[in-house]
Design a protein around this ligand. Structure first.
Ligand SMILES: *[C@@H]1O[C@H](CO)[C@@H](O)[C@H](O)[C@H]1NC(C)=O
Ligand SMILES: *[C@@H]1O[C@H](CO)[C@@H](O)[C@H](O)[C@H]1NC(C)=O
Ligand SMILES: *[C@@H]1O[C@H](CO)[C@@H](O)[C@H](O)[C@H]1NC(C)=O
Ligand SMILES: *[C@@H]1O[C@H](CO)[C@@H](O)[C@H](O)[C@H]1NC(C)=O
Length: 476
C-alpha cells in the first residue's frame, strides 16, 4: 500500500517534470516551429490558387529584440524538400525585396492593375528553388525597429549583421531547410549586400557549431554596384555609346571629372554631370528603350538624379525602375498598403506610423558603403564559392560597360572566352567564364531589373547557375 502510494506520488511528479525538463532543453525550438504555422499565408487577396506553401511574418533579432525583419517565403512549386534555398535581396539602399523581387520580378505572384489583382508568374524562380525574400535593414518595407535611434546607425555593416542574425533565427523556425544548399541572389546595390552577407556567413561558419552552420554554396548578382570608379566610368561610356549624350559633353566629362583615374569629383565637374543627368531626364535610365510611366507625376526619377554630386552616392540608388508596365511600382505600393493584404501577410502588426513604400522614406543616414567590394568577391572565389555576375544590357544605371570594367579590374584568367548563349533558339545574351569559378553573363535587351524584361531567359540563367551547368552554346 505504502509502495504504491509512493509510486503514485513519484510517478505523478515524473509525469509533470519530464515534459518540463524536456522543454527547457529546447526552449526556442518548439515555440519557433509553432510560429511557422502562424506565419503560413492562406488567404492572400487577389491570389490565384496554387499547390505550394507560402509563409510571411517577422523574425525578431536578438539580443536587444527591438528590431524585427519581415520576410516572405515561397516553397518550391514541387519537390521543395530536395531543392535549394535561395535568399533574394534588392538594393537601394532602402528598397524592398518584397516590393521588387517578389511582387514585380521573379516571385510567383506579380501585382497587376492598380493593386487589385495578382497574376501567376509562369517564370517564377520558385520553379527551381525555395525562394526567401527579406526586407532589410530595419526601416525598409514592413521591417521595423522600436528604437528610432537604430535608423540613424544604418549602413552596409549593420545590414549584413542583421541579415545574418535574421537567417540564424529563421532557420530555427524552418529547421527542415537547414541542410539545404543555400545561395544568395540580388541586384543593383545588393552588389554590396550579397557579397558582404556571403562573407559574413563564410567567416561565421568557420567557428560555428553545427547548429548555426549555413550551407552557403554561392551567389549571383545582377546589374550590381561593385566598384565605384569603374561603375561611374562605365555609366558615362554607356550613355555616349548609346547615343544619349553628345560628343562634346562626353569629352568634357572625361576631361574634367577624371573618372578614368578615380571616383572622386571636383567642383568643376559637377556642372557637366548636371548636363549628363539632364540627358536622361525624359527616359528611364534603368531601361533605356521602354516607355516611362506617364500618370505618376510623383515618380520622375530624374528629379532624384538631379543633384550631380550624388552620382556616386547612395541617394542616387533610392528609386528603382519600372518594368514593361512602367506603372507597376505604383500598383505595388497600393497593394501592400491594403489592410487586408497586410493582415494576410502578418505584416505591420505594430501599426507603423508611415505608409508602405517600395523604397524607404524612413531611413535617414547611410553610414558606411565601401567604394569597392571586389576584394570580397575575390576572397569568396578563392574560398570556392560559385559566383555569377549578370547584366541586363539595356540598363543605363549600372550598365554592362560598368560590369565589364569592374570585372576586368580583378584581372582574372579567362577560362571560356566571350560567346553567345541561347534560349529558345535565340541569343539570350553573352557569357564569359573565368578561372576560379566566376561567370559573367549578359541578358540581351533587359533593363536593370532583368527578370521583369526577360522573364524566361532569367529563369534559364538562374537554373543554370543553381545546377552549375554552362549556358547553352548553340541554337538547338
Ligand atoms: C515593438 O513594440 C510593440 C508594442 O509595444 C510590440 O508589440 C512589438 O513586439 C515590439 N517589437 C519588437 C521587435 O520588439
Ligand atoms: C486605379 O485607381 C485610381 C485611383 O485609385 C483610379 O482613378 C483608376 O480609375 C483606377 N484604374 C483602374 C484600371 O482600375
Ligand atoms: C578620394 O578622396 C579621398 C578624400 O579626399 C581620398 O582619401 C581618396 O584616396 C580619394 N580616392 C581616390 C581613388 O583618389
Ligand atoms: C501600418 O498600419 C497603419 C495603421 O493601419 C497605417 O497607417 C500605416 O500606413 C501602415 N504602415 C505600413 C508600413 O504598412
Amino acid at each position: 500500500m505504502a509502495k504504491l502510494s509512493t509510486c503514485f506520488f513519484l510517478c505523478y511528479l515524473l509525469l509533470i517534470l519530464v515534459p518540463i525538463l524536456a522543454q527547457s532543453r529546447q526552449p526556442y525550438g518548439e515555440e519557433e516551429v509553432l510560429q511557422k504555422e502562424v506565419d503560413r499565408v492562406t488567404n492572400l487577396p487577389g491570389q490565384p490558387p496554387v499547390n505550394f506553401r507560402q509563409y510571411a511574418g517577422y523574425v525578431k533579432l536578438p539580443p536587444q529584440n527591438q528590431k524585427a525583419l519581415f520576410y516572405w517565403f515561397f516553397e518550391a512549386q514541387d519537390g521543395a524538400a530536395r531543392k535549394p534555398l535561395v535568399l533574394w535581396l534588392n538594393g537601394g539602399p532602402g528598397c524592398s525585396s518584397v516590393a521588387y523581387g517578389a511582387a514585380q520580378e521573379l516571385g510567383p505572384f506579380l501585382v497587376r492593375s492598380n493593386g487589385t489583382r495578382l497574376t501567376f508568374n509562369k517564370f517564377s524562380w520558385n520553379k527551381v528553388a525555395n525562394m526567401l525574400f527579406l526586407e532589410a535593414p530595419v526601416g525598409v518595407g514592413f521591417s521595423y525597429t522600436n528604437n528610432t535611434e537604430d535608423l540613424r546607425t544604418l549602413g552596409d555593416q549593420i545590414t549584413a549583421a542583421d541579415s545574418y542574425s535574421f537567417l540564424i533565427n529563421w532557420f530555427k523556425r524552418f529547421p527542415n531547410f537547414k541542410s539545404h544548399d543555400f545561395y544568395i541572389a540580388g541586384e543593383s546595390y545588393a552588389g554590396h549586400y550579397v557579397p558582404q552577407l556571403a562573407e559574413l556567413i563564410y567567416e561565421k561558419n568557420k567557428g560555428s557549431s553545427k547548429d548555426s552552420h549555413i550551407n552557403l554554396k554561392g551567389f549571383m548578382i545582377g546589374n550590381a554596384a561593385i566598384n565605384d570608379q569603374t561603375d561611374t566610368l562605365g555609366l558615362v561610356d554607356y550613355a555616349w555609346s548609346h547615343a544619349i549624350i553628345s560628343d562634346q559633353l562626353y569629352n568634357t566629362i572625361n576631361k574634367e571629372c577624371g573618372f578614368k583615374q578615380s571616383s572622386n569629383q571636383t567642383a568643376g565637374c559637377a556642372q557637366h554631370l548636371g548636363g549628363f543627368m539632364e540627358a536622361y531626364s525624359d527616359i528611364d535610365i534603368y531601361s533605356i528603350y521602354t516607355p516611362v510611366c506617364l500618370n505618376s507625376p510623383g515618380r520622375t526619377y530624374p528629379k532624384l538624379l538631379a543633384a550631380p554630386r550624388l552620382l556616386t552616392q547612395h541617394d542616387l540608388w533610392h528609386k528603382l525602375p519600372s518594368g514593361y508596365d512602367p506603372c507597376t511600382e505604383d500598383y505595388v505600393e497600393k497593394y501592400f498598403n491594403r489592410k487586408d493584404v497586410q493582415t494576410a501577410l502578418h505584416a505591420n502588426v505594430t501599426k507603423l506610423p508611415y505608409p508602405y513604400t517600395t523604397c524607404s522614406g524612413a531611413i535617414r543616414d547611410w553610414n558606411d558603403s565601401p567604394d569597392t567590394v571586389l576584394p570580397t568577391i575575390q576572397k569568396l572565389l578563392k574560398a570556392g564559392l560559385r559566383i555569377w555576375i549578370y547584366s541586363g544590357d539595356t540598363d543605363g544605371r549600372v550598365p554592362v560597360t560598368s560590369t565589364r570594367y569592374s570585372i576586368n579590374k580583378m584581372g582574372l584568367k579567362i577560362k571560356e572566352e566571350w560567346r553567345a548563349w541561347f534560349h529558345k533558339s535565340q541569343v539570350a545574351g553573352w557569357v564569359e567564364t573565368y578561372e576560379g569559378g566566376l561567370t559573367l553573363a549578359t541578358v540581351r535587351g533587359a533593363g536593370h531589373q532583368v527578370p521583369v524584361f526577360a522573364p524566361d531567359q532569367s529563369l534559364s540563367l538562374f537554373t543554370h547557375f543553381l545546377s552549375a551547368n554552362t549556358l547553352p552554346s548553340s541554337r538547338f
